[in-house]
Design a binder for this molecule. Structure first.
Ligand code: ADP
Ligand code: MG
Length: 625
């Protein structure tokens, strides 16, 4: 019996183990996928050390995974010749949870209790999944470090584990002894084991033996000629890589010889698994040099906006001793990145042209990430072709159009692409700025996310057509028939404007007439003619700036209210009532742009005006009766 040190599992680990041990998850066989995947990781790590020329214990050991069964003791052994673990490493690695994926799993489980069973397999809860089938587990390990001593770890997965130095001449690597529960002894069957490995671990790059017989057969798929690979094999490889039970939406196999040699398989998943907040740490492709894994999820191989891709890259033009620090500046890596980017953009365009439904799935699932591509100057044209927006022309807010579709639907002399930002379709459609566009039946893009306007600002034009927020559009270009201004007496309205400037003072930059409005009496527009007021507000929000910007107040001379006010101002002296109305108009326009003026003052003024309206109406009633 062991007389080692006793440790308790970390609280999170206990929680995970509790879920695993009590789970009625039927697909228990994934425990083997997890053990083999750990063995493969350990082999990848030692192979990397070897290529770096580090001092490795038992350099000459073949890199492999051996599984043996022991019917008498109802035990399964999974042994690898990988990097191994020291005592310290085994205590921290097999006692705590360091994996962000597992944390994610725990979060999901606590929020959706009943679903725990379905997602164990998808997340792959790592080493601990062995306790679905084991009543006891022993891990013996010998680190690659020549100075390290062998160590043994033992646990029944309940509360803690025991660790002790091992007085045994263990070879390099890790040996896991799984003492099977009575209901799990069918995992001793050789055919069963072979079929599990074929299902879940077929693409492991190291040989796997079951009782001496080699089981995995498929060499690095990405190195095979494309014409030899069937779609099913790609799908199988995708599932192996991602643990996604569904087939990918699409994939791309790239083999290039010049200017740099590399092969790559990248997949577009059907569903986004991205948690946006942690996204920037969680994307990338697995980087191999001549089949030696250098780094999982390497971020330098693709731009961040293609981070929804899963897959591998293998190049023989990179040095095997490539250090992770120098990857960033490596010219070959940069070249690979730009080639993959171009090919993926081309692939997306193919999909957009030939399979609109598929493209819509892509856009719905990955559009949010893809939009980050507005900073890619080199591929701006391609990027612009691929972005999608909701618009005034389509039926509902789920339908999207491309910029090419917008252009083909433009009016004959229209030379700008108009857009408006807002929280949702309903609030956008009530915006006063949209009035002339509706009347002239000119299509307007509807932007719902802050990034959308950044995109249009950054790309600034498409096929020679500039992007323009509706509130800055030149209304004379929009209006169908230009109304004759002549014969109208403009002095009355000039009087009103003068008074408005007096009353509002530095709250506004200017007051002027506009013909952009049909019903609404006034609106506010930002002065620079570039940012929409919506965008300005978003920037303020980001900067935690709650001030109210100085804007231009535009008044609609066709509005009955404005006409009346002009007459009143021109006929009488300045009085408090008119001043109140002017302030009220301004505040109302502010509210329409999403700003909150002083509400108490606004309320007081409202009551005052209503009071006057009431008195006036009563007088009117009594005088006619
Ligand atoms: P993950 O593999 O995602 O890190 P696991 O729970 O599967 O999470 O494994 C936890 C850790 O235990 C691994 O990161 C690794 O450091 C260590 N480990 C597990 N199995 C082995 C092994 N066969 N050889 C060396 N280290 C291992
Ligand atoms: Mg693992």
């Amino acid at each position: 019996m062991l007389k080692g040190e006793i440790f308790e599992f970390q609280a999170e680990t206990k929680k995970l183990l509790d879920i695993i041990i009590n789970s009625i998850y039927t697909n228990k066989e994934i425990f083997l996928r997890e053990l083999i995947s750990n063995a493969s990781d350990a082999l990848d790590k030692v192979r990397f050390k070897l290529t770096q020329g580090e001092d490795v214990y038992q350099k000459e050991l073949p890199l492999e995974i051996r599984i043996t069964t022991d019917d008498k003791n109802k035990m399964l052994i999974v042994k690898d010749t990988g990097i191994g673990m020291t005592k310290e490493e085994i205590i921290s690695n097999l006692g705590t949870i360091a994996k962000s994926g597992t944390e994610e799993f725990l979060k999901q489980v606590s929020s959706e209790k009943d679903q725990a069973q379905d997602i164990i397999g998808k997340f792959g809860v790592g080493f601990y999944s062995v306790f679905m089938v084991a009543k006891e587990v022993e891990v013996k390990s010998r680190s690659y470090d020549p100075k390290a001593k062998p160590v043994i770890w033992k646990s029944d997965g309940m509360g803690g584990f025991e660790v002790q130095d091992l007085d045994e001449d263990l070879s390099r690597g890790t040996e896991i002894r799984v003492y099977l529960k009575d209901d799990s002894t069918y995992f001793l069957g050789k055919e069963k084991l072979k079929s599990i490995i074929k299902t879940h671990s077929n693409f492991i790059t190291f040989p796997i033996y079951v009782d001496g017989e080699k089981v995995n057969t498929i060499p690095a798929l990405w190195k095979e000629p494309k014409f030899k690979i069937k779609k099913e094999q790609y799908n199988e490889f995708y599932k192996f890589l991602t643990h996604d039970p569904e087939d990918p939406l699409d994939y791309l196999h790239i083999s290039v010889d010049a200017p740099v040699q590399f092969s790559s398989i990248v997949f577009i998943p059907k569903k986004s698994t991205v948690v946006f907040e942690t996204y920037t740490d969680n994307y990338g492709l697995d980087l191999y040099v001549n089949r030696v894994l250098i780094q999982k999820k390497n971020k330098e191989l693709i731009p961040n906006y293609l981070g929804f891709l899963k897959g591998v890259v293998d190049s023989s033009d990179l040095p095997l001793n490539l250090s992770r620090e120098t990857i960033q500046e490596n010219r070959v890596i940069q070249k690979i990145n730009s080639t993959i980017t171009k090919q993926v953009l081309k692939k997306l365009e193919d999909i957009a042209q030939n399979d609109k439904d598929k493209y819509n799935i892509f856009w719905k699932e990955h559009g949010k990430i893809f939009k980050l591509g507005y900073t890619d100057f080199q591929n701006r044209e391609q990027f612009s072709k691929l972005i999608r927006f909701n618009s005034s022309r389509v039926e509902d807010e789920n339908e999207v159009i491309s910029l090419d579709e917008y252009i083909s639907n433009m009016k004959e002399d229209q030379d700008e692409i108009y857009y408006i930002s807002g929280n949702d379709r309903k609030s956008i459609e009530n915006s006063p700025y949209l009035e002339p566009f509706k009347e002239a039946e000119i299509e307007v893009l509807y932007l719902y996310e802050p990034i959308d306007e950044f995109i249009l600002q950054a790309i600034s034009e498409y096929k020679g057509k500039k992007f323009k927020p509706v509130e800055h559009a030149d209304i004379n270009k929009i209006k169908k028939e230009k109304k004759e201004e002549q014969g109208k007496d403009l002095t009355e309205i000039q009087n009103l404007i003068k008074l408005m400037k007096d009353v509002l003072k530095d709250k506004v930059i200017d007051v002027r007439t506009t013909n952009r409005l049909t019903q609404t009496p006034v609106c506010l527009v930002s002065p620079d003619g570039k940012l929409s007021s919506q965008m300005q507000k978003i920037i303020q929000l980001i900067n935690k700036d709650t001030s109210i910007p100085k804007q231009i107040l535009e008044i609609n001379p066709e509005s009955e209210l404005i006409k009346d006010l002009s007459k009143i101002v021109s006929n009488g002296p300045k009085d408090d009532f008119i001043e109140e109305i002017i302030n009220h108009l301004y505040d109302t326009a502010l509210i329409q742009n999403g700003y909150l003026p002083d509400v108490n003052e606004l309320a007081k003024r409202s009551y005052n005006i209503l009071d006057k309206a009431g008195k006036w109406y009563l007088k009117k009633l009594t005088s006619t009766s």
